[in-house]
Design a protein around this ligand. Structure first.
Ligand code: NAI
Length: 469
């Protein structure tokens, strides 16, 4: 094979693309990967999951140093904020990790190309290089992993200064005195938390009656109460309808969906966090007859195949939750399908996490979804207030909910609002992957004193037998 002829050509180097490419190379496929941006890693590493977590951690340190040390007997005076240093630390984390991917390509003998890739034939991908040079690759198999981009509201176009997306919200040079966030999904709540902790007066406006999208209703409500206590102003059931953007600020108008009344809010900056849309622009899908659905997602079958069977699509460009780990699993499954004839993703156990403090982490069905699907369940809950480790950490806000099928006791959902809920959720995902029951969870050792004991107590409470409270 020549240097332009490959078994597997991956377009897009986000978590779906790069992990899928590595799995393909491990399985012996001669693999190439194409990235249009200057660095590898896609949205997640460059302007998504990783930088937002870096800022969440930094802003949490700042906030805790100012507000939460006193009760521990640690007296801190004269706390100052250096936003540019905080942003520089975030950027260093990003560059370390994106550099790490370049190393992984080398280690796995994957050929990277920098430029815009498009499908120019059933077995051909054309790359317009960042330097303008055009390269054509021959590909036995192609995987589209081009991700997503922020939705733009028709009446509120991004200008990158006053009206911003999550990308710019990771790079603000100073703390805005007032910020309006549109949308109380993961992005709105996380980045709203960052700038609120750093001192901005943040108001989040959400169209739906609840925050956190489809996540468990009662726990979403609990998180909303906690976030409000922290100083985030959250307005639900309100549709943002327009905005006047001037040189010195913006006036955002929204309609209260219950009363029909219109209200307005002033802000220095408006962060639009109203969802993301699949990114397929310039991909040349039409050249080979690959179709999209009415929402712009690429149509695929159960094996991630488009209408052209050796062209696959994964991650944010196909239907399903727009989550890095979902894309990763799909990328791996495609590589394994190509080589072994089968690939596997368990869509019932995709975890989702909102990295506020406390975090909200969830896997499986919510109470509402069980009702909708007529699944009879027993539910056990347990609060963090009664947990020794949570008390020691001074982080007792939150609760665990374990949902198990009534007849079989099989766990169908676990929902956690609490400290480090993202990490705590791991055992629930593994339990559900193995089809475990609430009894299995309740009978498994949980070291004392740890936060994980709350999960065990909630599992015990599925059968009304929690011990600690
Ligand atoms: P989202 O779809 O989760 O939430 C957007 C919210 O905006 C919705 O609740 C919607 O009702 C609201 N909205 C839309 N138009 C509105 C209007 N005119 N007025 C008021 N509210 C309006 O989208 P988000 O937060 O932008 O995130 C995009 C994607 O990225 C999601 O799929 C999310 O799961 C993913 N993501 C995941 C993260 C994580 O796993 N922690 C972090 C960041 C993003």
């Amino acid at each position: 094979m020549s240097e332009t002829s490959f078994d597997f050509v991956v377009i897009g180097s986000g978590p779906g693309g790069y992990v899928g490419a590595i799995r393909g190379a491990q399985l012996g496929l001669k693999t190439a990967i194409i990235e249009k941006d200057a660095t590898f890693g896609g949205t997640c590493l460059n302007v998504g999951c990783i930088p937002s977590k870096a800022l969440l951690d930094s802003s949490e340190h700042y906030h805790n140093t100012k507000e939460a040390m006193d009760s521990h007997g640690v007296i801190v005076k004269g706390v100052e904020l250096d936003v540019s240093k905080m942003i520089a630390r975030k950027s260093k984390i990003v560059s370390d990790l994106t550099g790490g991917i370049a190393y992984l390509f080398k280690k796995n003998k994957i050929t990277p190309f920098k430029g815009v890739g498009s499908i120019s034939g059933k077995n051909e991908v054309t790359i317009k290089g960042r330097d303008g040079q055009v390269t054509k690759l021959q590909a036995k198999h192609i995987m589209i992993a081009t991700g997503s981009e922020p939705n733009e509201l028709p009446f509120l176009k991004y200008d990158g200064k006053r009206v911003i997306s999550s990308t710019e919200a990771l790079e603000l040079p100073s703390v805005p005195s007032k910020m309006v966030v549109i949308g109380a999904g993961a992005i709105g709540l996380e980045l709203g938390s960052v700038w609120s902790r750093l001192g901005s007066e943040v108001t989040i406006i959400e169209y739906a009656p609840k925050i956190c999208g489809p996540m468990d209703g009662k726990l979403s409500q609990r998180l909303q109460t906690i976030l409000k206590k922290q100083g985030l102003n959250i307005i639900t059931n309100a549709q943002v309808k327009g905005a006047d953007v001037g040189k010195s600020g913006c006036r955002v108008s929204y309609e209260d969906r219950k009363s029909g009344e219109t209200h307005s809010l002033d802000a220095d900056i408006v962060l639009v966090a109203a969802g993301r849309r699949p990114f397929t622009q310039g991909l040349g899908l039409e050249t080979v007859g690959i179709e999209k659905d009415e929402r712009g997602f690429i149509k695929i079958n159960d094996h991630w195949q488009t209408q052209v069977p050796h062209i696959f699509a994964i991650g944010d460009v196909v239907p399903g939750p727009m989550l890095a780990h979902k894309a990763e699993e799909e990328g791996v499954a495609v590589a394994e399908f190509i080589v072994n004839g089968y690939g596997h993703v368990n869509y019932n156990t995709v975890p989702s996490v909102i990295y506020t403090w406390p975090e909200f982490a969830s896997v499986g069905l919510s109470e509402e979804q069980c009702k909708e699907q007529n699944i009879a369940v027993n539910i056990g809950t347990f609060p963090f207030t009664a947990n020794g480790r949570a008390k020691a950490l001074d982080c007792t806000d939150g609760q665990v909910k374990v949902i198990a099928e009534k007849n079989s006791d099989k766990v169908v959902g676990v929902h956690i609002v609490g400290p480090r809920a993202s990490d705590l959720l791991g055992e629930a995902v593994v339990l559900m992957e193995f089809g475990g029951s609430a009894e299995d969870l309740a009978r498994s050792f949980h070291a004392h004193p740890t936060l994980t004991e709350v999960i065990r107590e909630a599992a015990l409470n599925v059968d009304n037998r929690a011990r600690q409270m």
